[in-house]
Design a protein around this ligand. Sequence first.
Ligand code: SF4
Length: 340
Amino acid sequence: MTNLLDLHHVSKTYTRGLINAKATVALQEISLTLKQEDPTILTVAGESGSGKTTLAMLLLGFITPTTGQIIYRGKDITALQGEERMAFRREVQAVFQDPFAVFNPFYTVDHLLSVPIKRFKLATNAKAARAKMDEALTAVGLRPEDVLGRYPHQLSGGQRQRINVARALLLKPRLLIADEPVSMVDASLRASILETLRNLQRDHGVSIIYITHDLTTAYHIANAIIVLYRGGVMEAGDVDQVIKSPQHPYTRLLVDSIPWPALDRRWGTDMIKAREAGSSSVGCPFRSRCPMAMEQCKTQPPLYKINKTQAAACYLHAGHPEIAAERLTELLPVRTQIEA
Ligand code: SF4
């Protein structure tokens, strides 16, 4: 079966200025695969500047890769036209950080939900449209009678974010890009929204790329994780394995700062910012902050496969076999493991 999503060596570089142009690498050599027959939740974790939002924009087709290819169900998304492009727009949905941003204060929830129904011709009459709204709202744990007919100011942040998820669900997506979906929601509601996302994967077969700076929520929701730092993969694998036994010094730093088991604090942000100065542009991107740095780290480390479900880009694991970037994804879906 054709894969749902294939990223082949995707990089994105931004160039600023015409004279003495400066290039910033936002994302470097990312390869991954999601299988259609095995819907999963993959976390892409990283702090600000790690490239995770650039990845979200690329996956949604809002920007194009500088090099590499993004293949959705066998087609390069930059080449999609007409009906194929429309199908991509319908099947790949997004839920963003700010549950307030998509709401026009002058329109009711009904209007917000009716727009995609009309645009994608999902219903032939008002009754069928209402049935679709009811179905989507119920699926995300809302009672239609509590929210339909209401204006944004009459809803809580948690209700708004669930409506955003319902809006995406109306289109029966195959892939949901959830970019920090709970970071602006009250701590008390985070767990239930994460559970809603997990239900989408389990009950509706939607694959989810969960993008976050928050390892705590990643641990609660995901099957697999990729940890990004300065646009590159530092560590990846089964989420349980990576968080319980991190192998990259950067991941260790992040995990050490998790305030277990609370969902209402964020990990490491202050410490990370404080140590940001003096970053290296060559060799291991984490070198200037790494307590284990050595001479060898002045060259870029490859990814080493540490066990069946975990790999790290760090010379501390040089005794393990190297794994090519395009094979990294074989470690990711929990039920798919590569042989040692
Ligand atoms: Fe630290 Fe070197 Fe490993 Fe980079 S490659 S994380 S600098 S030990």
